[in-house]
Write a protein that binds this ligand. Structure first.
Ligand code: XLS
Ligand code: CA
Ligand code: CA
Length: 441
């Protein structure tokens, strides 16, 4: 049975193609710095936005027309799995990601929920035997059900902590069963609304306790996936403990967790934290903690998590610049944690959206690699910091000086000569590279 009958295999046709159902820039076989685009970009489809979400918003009901909408309960869950693998194959994406509740409905008890999950997991496992698409990561949703209203691992109620532990245990087992390459922790409700009722220290200690238990259990069952923390400053909780990469890193270091985690960085979460996407990627990269990416974008006119498909080429270029400097994403990938707009309700919009996202990152990768090859920014930055390569600068970085010696040196300076940062010129050069994406220069 086919769910997307009118859609054929999506292929690369090149930048002159007028076919809306073709890649213009994403050519899985094209080599960028020794890797094919498929190996470098490691695209993933997010199950929740693509197959589970109905298009509701705080003001309106669902709008999504989906070929399995006439089913309900476990039949709906099974139909979604069938449709999803047809979609993965037609899109030629190597990975997908899901939360437990995206793939199987919650039952009236934890035991029933686990039973539902087992049925769907074994169905997914069968598909994985023959499909080219693999599981990039899975996670436990510990934010939707009302039981999580005060948090999960950071809830004031120990029973909720225990329930969260049970969900994570099951999530790790599912990840192991399906060969997940990563396991994600996103703490949407791990934070607080007001300090008037909050023991922040106990909550953070408990969050770390759950992470340590997860590390121990993964080891016990030989689940070798990379653990990822996904920072987000707010929404749904007013103040989330994993605010951004820097905050998350301090948390991991304080609780002796840094060796066991990397970061899953989402573009829209970066902007909500008041950072650029590339800032968060850079902070993770320079600390050896860049694990995976939730590839989406926010809207500068809206202050919330709009999870749009990434189409801003400037942003994909600067993101790919960081990723290439990182030597790729290792076991991570570029997961489209992105949803079609409520008005883009037809099934084919799912294809158009993913094509747009994949092409945008392909362009970003090509342009970023060219910038690196030509050492455009590298050379400029190198020159900008050249005073640390000799003389007093070299003594500073080699730890061969102190305040007294530096005072003597400073007293002897007649004049300090600063140089321009050339920001506008550099932006114009990046534009030139972007406009020349197919290398006609
Ligand atoms: C929500 C988050 C979430 C995580 C996984 O804003 O992006 O979807 O990626 O729980
Ligand atoms: Ca995300
Ligand atoms: Ca998001």
């Amino acid at each position: 049975m086919s769910y997307f009958k009118n859609i054929d295999q999506i292929k690369y046709e090149g930048s002159h193609s007028q076919n809306p159902l073709a890649f213009k820039y994403y050519n899985p076989e094209e080599v960028i710095n020794g890797q094919t685009m498929e190996e470098l970009l490691r695209f993933a489809v997010s199950y929740w936005h693509t197959f589970t979400a109905e298009g509701t918003d705080p003001f309106g009901q669902g709008t999504m027309v989906r070929p399995y909408n006439h089913f309900s309960g476990m039949d709906l869950a099974k139909a979604r799995v069938e449709a999803s693998f047809e979609f993965f194959e037609k899109m030629n994406v190597p990975y997908f990601c899901f939360h437990d509740v995206d793939v199987a409905p919650e039952g009236s008890s934890l035991a029933e929920t686990n039973k539902n999950l087992d049925v769907i997991v074994s169905m997914i496992k069968d598909y994985l035997k023959t499909s080219k698409t693999k599981l990039l990561w899975n996670t436990a949703n510990m934010f939707s059900n009302p039981r999580w209203l005060h948090g999960a691992a950071t809830a004031p109620n120990a029973d909720v902590f225990a329930y969260a532990a049970a969900k994570v245990k099951k999530g790790l087992e599912v990840g192991k069963e399906l060969g997940a390459e990563n396991y994600v922790f996103w703490g949407g409700r791990e934070g607080y609304e007001t300090l008037l009722n909050t023991d922040m220290k106990l909550e953070q200690d408990n969050l770390a306790r759950l992470f340590h238990m997860a590390i121990d259990y993964a080891k016990e069952i030989h689940f070798n996936a990379q653990f990822l923390i996904e920072p987000k400053p707010k929404e749904p909780t007013k103040h989330q403990y994993d605010f951004d990469v820097a905050t998350g890193l301090a948390f991991l270091q304080k609780y002796d967790l840094a060796d066991h985690f990397k970061f899953n960085i989402e573009a829209n979460h970066a902007t909500l934290a008041g950072h650029t996407f590339e800032h968060e990627l850079c902070v993770a990269r320079i600390n050896g903690m860049l694990g995976s990416v939730d590839a989406n974008q926010g809207d500068p006119l809206l202050g919330w998590d709009t999870d749009e498909f990434p189409t801003d080429l400037y942003s994909t270029t600067l993101a790919m610049y960081e990723i290439l400097k990182n030597g790729g994403l290792g076991a991570g990938g570029l997961n489209f944690d992105a949803k079609v707009r409520r008005g883009s309700f037809e099934p084919e919009d799912l294809f158009y959206a993913h094509i747009a996202g994949m092409d945008s990152f392909a362009v970003g990768a090509k342009v970023a690699q060219k910038l690196l090859d030509d050492k455009v920014l590298e050379d400029f930055i190198d020159q900008r910091y050249s005073s640390y390569k000799e003389g007093i600068g070299l003594e500073i970085v080699e730890g061969k000086t102190d305040l007294r010696k530096l005072e003597t040196y400073a007293l002897g300076l007649d004049d300090i000569k600063n140089e321009s940062g050339r920001q506008e010129q550099l932006k114009a050069i990046v534009n030139q590279y972007l406009l020349d994406v197919n290398g006609s220069k």
